[in-house]
Each structure stands twice: as C-alpha cells, then as structure tokens.
Ligand binder design. Structure first.
Ligand code: ARG
Length: 580
C-alpha cells in the first residue's frame, strides 16, 4: 500500500474501533488530503452521531489509543471532531520506497477485478470519422488503459454502424460502380462522399429507390451470396480507413475489435422471444415495443422502446439490447462501458432498463453510459471545417502533427530529421489528446490549437517538458536513472515533503479517474504533480555544489516523479519523450 492515506485509513479504522468498541470493518474513517496538515480524518463525526456521543470526544479517544504514533509526528483534534494528521518523514520515505519498488508505482489493483467491455469510437461504414469520434475514441482508449492498469480484464469493442436500411442504397451504388470489381473511394481521400452520392441517387430516382429497398430485403435474409459479398466489400474498405485513422492517432483499437451492429442481427429473434416470454413485448401502432417505466415523450405520455418496426425490421434499440445480452452472457462481462455522446443518453438508459427488466443486466453486471459533450469551434458551434462540414478526424490528427513538427523545428533545430519528426508527432498528438482528456468529458470545450500546444498551463507540452527536464538532469549528471532506484529519499525540506505527498497520491488519482470514468481527474493530478515538482526543483538544488549530501535523495525524488509522469501520460495514450 503505497498510498499513505490508504495506509493511515487502516490505522485510523483500528483506532476508532478501539475508541467506540464497534467492529473495525463497519467504520469509515473518511480520510482526505488537507490544507492544514498532511491529511484529515472526519470519521468521528458520523460515529459520534451514530452513537449519540460527542464526536470530539470520539476523536480524542481514537488519538489516545496511541495507534497513530508510529506514523504521525503530530495529531490534533480540531473543530467538531476532525483529526488532523502530520506524517513522520520516515513514514513518507518508506511509502515512497515502496512505490518506487512497485512497477505500478503504488497504484493498487482494484479490490474486485472484473471483465469489462468498453464500447468506443463506433464510426459508421461508408461515412467519415469526424470530430465527434475524436472524443469517444480518446476517452474510451484512456479508460481501456486505466482499467487494465488496475487489473481488470478489458475487452475493447468497436460497435461500428454496419447494418440497416442505408445499406440497400449503398450496395446499389456499389453495383452501379461495377459491383465486385468497383473502385470505391472509401479511403482517406474522401470517405464521406460515397454515402452522399448514394443518398443523392436515392432521393432523385424512384428506380434506384426500388432497387435499394429490394436489396435491403436480400441483405436482411443474409442468404444471398452476391449481396453479402458486396456488403462485405463496403465494410472491409471502411475498416481499412478506420485502421489508418486509429494507427495515426495511436489508439489501441484493431480490426479484431470490430463487433458491429451486423453481428447482433442473427441473435435478435431469440432476444425478442425472450422479451415476449417475459411478458415485456407489446404492440403499439403495429410495432413491437417495450414499455420502459419512467420514460415519457414531450406530451408526458409513456414512451415506447421500439424493438421491431411495423415492417418487421429491427432497429438500433434491438441491436443494443441484444448487445447487452451478448456482453453479459457470452463474454461474462460485469462492467459494460459505453463511450457515446450525451445525445444518446435516453436511448441507452431505455436499453439498459429493458435489459434489466429481462433479468440480464442485474448485479453484479452493470452498464455505464460514459457520455461526452461536443467539441466547439471559436464560434461556439460544432467544430466545422472550412467547407462547413464537421471537421474530419484525420484532418485534426494531421493538423496536430504538422503543428507539433513546426514547434520542434523552432525550438530544437539541432535535432536530426528523424528525431524531429518523431518528436513533432509526439508533441502534436499529445497536445490533441490531452486537450480532449483534460476537459471534464460531460462538458463542451472550445477547440484551440494555440492553447493545447502551449508550454504553459494544463497542457501536454507542459507535462512532457517536465518529464524531459528530469531526464536531462540525469544526463547532465552523467547518471543512469536506474542508479537511484533503490535510494530511500530523506524528506526534510517542506518542498520535498510536498512532492512526496503528491507522488503518493498517484494511486488515489488513478482510482478516482477509473471510478468516475473521468480521465480528466488523472490529468489534474499530473498537472499538480508537475507544478509541485517545479516548486521543489526551484527550492531544493539537486546537482549544485555544496548539496552533495542531499543529491542522491533528491535524484531519487526526481526519478520517481519522471516515472509517475511517464506512466500517467501513458495511461492517457500520450508519449513522454526523454528530450525536448
Ligand atoms: N455508430 C453509432 C453512431 O455513430 C454509435 C454506436 C455506439 N455504440 C452503441 N452500442 N450504440 O452514432
């Protein structure tokens, strides 16, 4: 346990148990970081209330047990019964040494490790990936990395839109272009125009419309070889394009992670049977629906969740309910994470509720909508490209790399072309990703290249620079960083103490980000760590003559800071170069 708050919480629990004669495992000591001391415990307040005792007296009795003396220099009961704790330097040093010896840097594994399915990115076949996919892709990718880091088994699923009525017109458009041998421009050049061309024909020609309708029926039967081959061609070519985007963005999604809407089609009739057997299916206006309590339309009337249209077709809700079943029953997932924009919130809540009513999405299985707001342009409207279309994701990636490269050329002209290209990419992509991930996901944010590429403020370049600067300290001293791995630092100066405490919060920060599915919590922590390090470095000379006695100890603090920064950025999918 390299989190002092966690260690101290255990000790406090025992002290409060002795003070109240309650069983220790029923007590929450409520330990928090504090401005007045290293930590504060508020648990005596609730216990006092529960037992009808004065909370101050409960707090004082806990302190009087002496159990805290081993880890604290100073313990004080304040206000109505807060316990303010100041740790012994040796305790902090020992906790740091423990964190340093751990390849997870003191981040504890989750108490209960689960199988988690993370549904993210989810672009649509024959359409381009645009700025909206930036958010779901990056948030999902960071969550995958963090969930794995704390020990969960994570299954990535890219729930692409690869089925439904538009595929009638899309396939007919392929037929017009030459069928199996057709050249489809579903690549980087203009992935979205294919869809628009098909749509234009559909709107203009009754003959095409008829063909499209007939083709949907063939597709839905899944038995017509040529139709399936044309469909597969569309899906494969789009997947090639998605792969390029994921590759250039540096996210974990691979071809194997695609489990699109089409996958669930064959499983849907059985799902509808189950709804029927459970007495949950009703017919409304000719469509099969589920009445999910608690959802109403604008007029206040109950809102049906349509699972089969009057025409017999299945829809988005059918696919998503079936998908819940698949994740819980085939994959044995207990945590279903959906990284999708806020506008789909009602859809998902209804789907989750329907799956719950069916007895599938029940504890320990649970689903979470990890929603996100929009990326805005300077005009505070959805970010648009010059042509007025939503900004393409790949253009943002290219723009980031270009700007990162320009920045490197300006700051580090001495680098070789290869090194400069790599660094430019790391800087640009880091900036783009961090701007996204450091914002509370539920909020909208204004896209601003200058701000995200700045070396000041809560940005990737600031954090990457802090890391690179530590690496350069070791280079100047002509030392391998590993050489101080086993050094137990001495904590005496206030800035050393502040840095030690901050380093030891990594565990809490990662768990907070994971528990709330909020990468920005980790970003805030890393930013504070970099600032605390800067203050330490200004106040505590590391390599200066005359400070030989503290050199090793301070180098050990530097080394651990660099490791936490590097690991923290890696959890966000961001590289930490050693030189900048
Ligand atoms: N393809 C959908 C869209 O672009 C997102 C799908 C998200 N995942 C899901 N299970 N519904 O809006």
């Amino acid at each position: 346990m390299a989190d002092p708050l966690h260690t101290i919480a255990g000790t406090l629990r025992d002290a409060l148990a002795q003070a109240t004669a309650l069983p220790a495992d029923s007590i929450d000591p409520v330990v928090r970081p504090s401005d007045r001391a290293d930590a504060q415990a508020n648990g005596a307040l609730a216990l006092g209330k529960q037992l009808g005792r004065n909370p101050r007296e409960v707090a004082e009795a806990a302190v009087a047990t002496g159990l805290l003396d081993g880890v604290c220099d100073h313990v004080e009961v304040a206000g109505p019964g807060f316990i303010n704790l100041t740790f012994k330097p040796e305790f902090l040093a020992a906790q740091l040494a423990e964190a340093a010896a751990d390849d997870h840097l003191g981040v504890r594994s989750a108490g209960l490790t689960e199988i988690a399915v993370v549904d993210y990115s989810a672009p649509n076949v024959a359409k381009e990936m645009h700025v909206g996919h930036l958010r779901t892709t990056l948030i999902g990718d960071a969550l995958v990395r963090m969930l794995e880091f704390v020990g969960h088994t994570v299954i990535r699923e890219n729930h692409i839109g690869d089925w439904g009525t538009p595929f009638g017109m899309l396939i007919e458009h392929v037929v017009d272009l030459g069928g199996a041998d057709a050249e489809l421009n579903l690549d980087l050049a203009d992935p979205g125009s294919f869809y628009k061309q098909a749509r234009a024909k559909f709107d203009a020609s009754d003959e095409f419309k008829e063909r499209a309708r007939a083709r949907v029926t063939l597709l839905q039967s899944r038995t017509d070889g040529p139709t399936m081959a044309l469909w597969q061609k569309l899906v494969d070519q789009s997947a090639d394009y998605f792969d390029v985007v994921y590759g250039s963005l540096g996210v974990l999604l691979r071809r194997d992670d695609i489990v699109g809407e089409s996958f669930y089609q064959p499983l849907m009739p059985a799902m509808l049977d189950r709804l029927d057997h459970a007495g949950l299916l009703d017919v409304s206006d000719g469509a099969k629906v589920v009445w999910v309590p608690g959802f109403t339309n604008r007029e206040g009337d109950p809102l049906p969740l349509i699972v089969q249209a009057r025409t017999g077709g299945f829809n988005y809700a059918t696919s998503d309910i079936t998908c819940v079943l698949d994740r819980v029953e085939r994959l044995h997932a207990t945590l279903l994470v959906y990284c999708i924009g806020t506008p789909q919130s009602q859809h998902l809540q209804m789907v989750f509720k329907a799956a719950e009513m069916l007895g599938v999405l029940v504890p320990p299985a649970r689903a979470v909508h990890v929603n996100n707001g929009s990326v805005l342009g300077a005009d505070r409207k959805m970010l648009k490209s010059r042509s007025g279309e939503p900004e393409m994701l790949l253009d943002l990636v290219d723009g980031a790399i270009e700007r990162g490269t320009a920045l490197v050329a300006e700051r580090s002209p001495e680098l070789s072309a290869d090194d400069a290209a790599l660094l430019g990419r790391q800087l640009g992509l880091g900036a783009l990703k961090y701007a996204e991930l450091s914002t509370d996901r539920i909020k909208d944010y204004v896209f601003d290249w200058d701000r995200m590429l700045s070396f000041e403020g809560n940005t990737a370049p600031y954090l990457q620079y802090a890391h690179a600067r530590i690496c350069s300290i070791f280079r100047r001293a002509d030392l391998q960083r590993d050489s101080v791995s086993d050094v137990v630092p001495a904590i005496s100066d206030p800035q050393e103490r502040a840095l030690a405490l901050q380093l030891l919060q990594f565990d809490a920060a990662v768990h907070d980000a994971v528990d709330k599915f909020s990468p920005h919590k980790l970003c805030t922590y890393l930013f504070e760590l970099a600032q605390t390090f800067t203050a330490f470095y200004e106040a505590c000379p590391v390599l200066k003559d005359g400070f030989e006695a503290t050199r090793e100890s301070r180098l050990a603090l530097c080394h651990l800071t660099a490791r936490v920064l590097q690991q923290g950025l890696a959890l966000l999918g961001i590289d930490a170069p050693e030189r900048m």
